[in-house]
Design a protein around this ligand. Sequence first.
Ligand code: MLC
Ligand code: AMP
Length: 508
Amino acid sequence: MQTDSSNLYTALRAAFPADLDSTAIETDNGLFYTWRDLECGSAMLANFLQSLDLPAGARVAAQVDKSVEALMLYLATLRAGYVFLPFNMAYQSAEMAYFINDAEPAVVVCSAANFGWVSKLAFQAGTPWVFTLGDDRTGSLLHRAARASDQHSPATRRADDIAVIIYTSGTTGRSKGAMLTHGNMLSNALVLKDYWGWRSVQQGGDVLIHALPIFHVHGLFVAIHGALINGSKMIWLAKFDAKVVIQHLPRASVFMGVPTLYVRLLADPGLTAGVCQNMRLFISGSAPLLMDTFTAWQARTGHTILERYGMSETIMLTSNPYVGERRGGTVGLALPGVNLRVVNEQGQTVPAGEIGDIQVKGPNVFAGYWRMPEKTVQEFTADGFFKTGDVGQQSRDGYVTIVGRSKDLIISGGYNVYPAELESFINDLPGVAESAVVGVPHPDFGEVGVAVVVPRAGVVLDAMQILAQLKASLANYKVPKQCFVVPDLPRNAMGKVQKSLLRAQYAP
Ligand code: MLC
Ligand code: AMP
């Protein structure tokens, strides 16, 4: 077998336990997948993809429900040396049209229910292959791959070859594709393996409850790479459900979630110290964890949540320590290999405790935005640091606290919502003069959007109708939870809309 240590799959595969017939994944609908199933299933899909004779660097896009076969498609794309593009199932046709036209994937995989509109978009954009994949082991992809060999040697890939493109929305409303390399992901997975004290099979092994979606950095990389590179079993939940998580906790040792998951678990009386007694580690990230949640979790379960910070462009950047003080309200220390600094407007590093922009450098930092060289240059400093868009401070002993964002972004239940995208959509609706979308605190999602809309002279706008129009066109989680029609927006002397005033006004 040809081996190339820079193909991420090769490194993940090398960590599989010696007993390939032991369970790698147990699903919430009673299925058991062995390590051999992962190896052979992804080999078949990789062989099938390669039989399509795709050009070098071809993109394989997937907008599918969470399933182990979807994970195998990801692994197969890595093995075959193509570039994987995961998409949220909530995206509707206008959003998918943008992504498909921008990324020009050679293969698109979608659900059978969406095949009609997705295949139309893809064929119009010149994609030659569209397959379906269901969450119940059905679909043309598996059907076509069924005759492929289950033996496959990972394609030779360099550490700086692109493995995945993750689309993030841009502040202009135009989404940018962050290109992550095999090297970015492997270096980060190896750092986290040590940092979070993952236990080898010889040490009794870890069992991860996987309850997150698999189209983002958190569920796809931090969780899945974490389990695979440690040869650890996953309990695989199709969707987060507090009761189902609690039912599985006694057999697990690691859980990862966005803060909303912790809030929902705490709301269930079934969460007790007893059900958590075999747990080793609870990790939170993707959005700020409130101090209340941190302390309530400690009081109820006896465990201290480990909060970490990262982003699509960088994977993980900082983490509270596994051994040592997990300081609530902070995102911990820069991970080994990550160079993190807090700078002022002139780009000078500020003293400990002072607030500034967070910039980072390291082997985990992405290779740039897909087909946006100017945007990529803008987002890096002359000395090669990436501007995260997060605002924070670092204590004398290195703990980082995030206090805000210089980017206009709402993080709702761990999903990013860009006000500029919503505002441009609302401003195009008939009768709208202008609008502003702001984030306000929310007990479940942490933060949600509120739209404030000004009608054109003489027009009467219906707030509910505006929300209905947004819902008909955009992913559901982006739709503001409330809409207000007002005569005008507050502006400063420069004529800029004062979003801070709107936030304060609509927070209640
Ligand atoms: C769902 N809804 C949301 C929402 N999720 N609204 C705002 N924000 C959200 N995040 C709304 C839907 O629009 C719908 O409204 C209603 O809730 C029910 O939808 P659902 O899909 O059934 O919701 P639910 O299953 O309860 O989902 C909630 C959730 C989910 C918290 C489980 O949002 C989730 O999995 N979030 C995790 C996101 C994540 O993995 N982020 C990682 C990013 S990586 P209606 O009105 O249409 O009925 C990253 C980097 C890093 O940030 O550091 O990790
Ligand atoms: P994404 O683009 O989806 O990867 O989101 C990345 C952003 O999520 C970061 O730039 C931060 O603003 C935010 N984020 C991630 N983890 C945390 C955290 N622990 N606390 C606060 N914000 C976080």
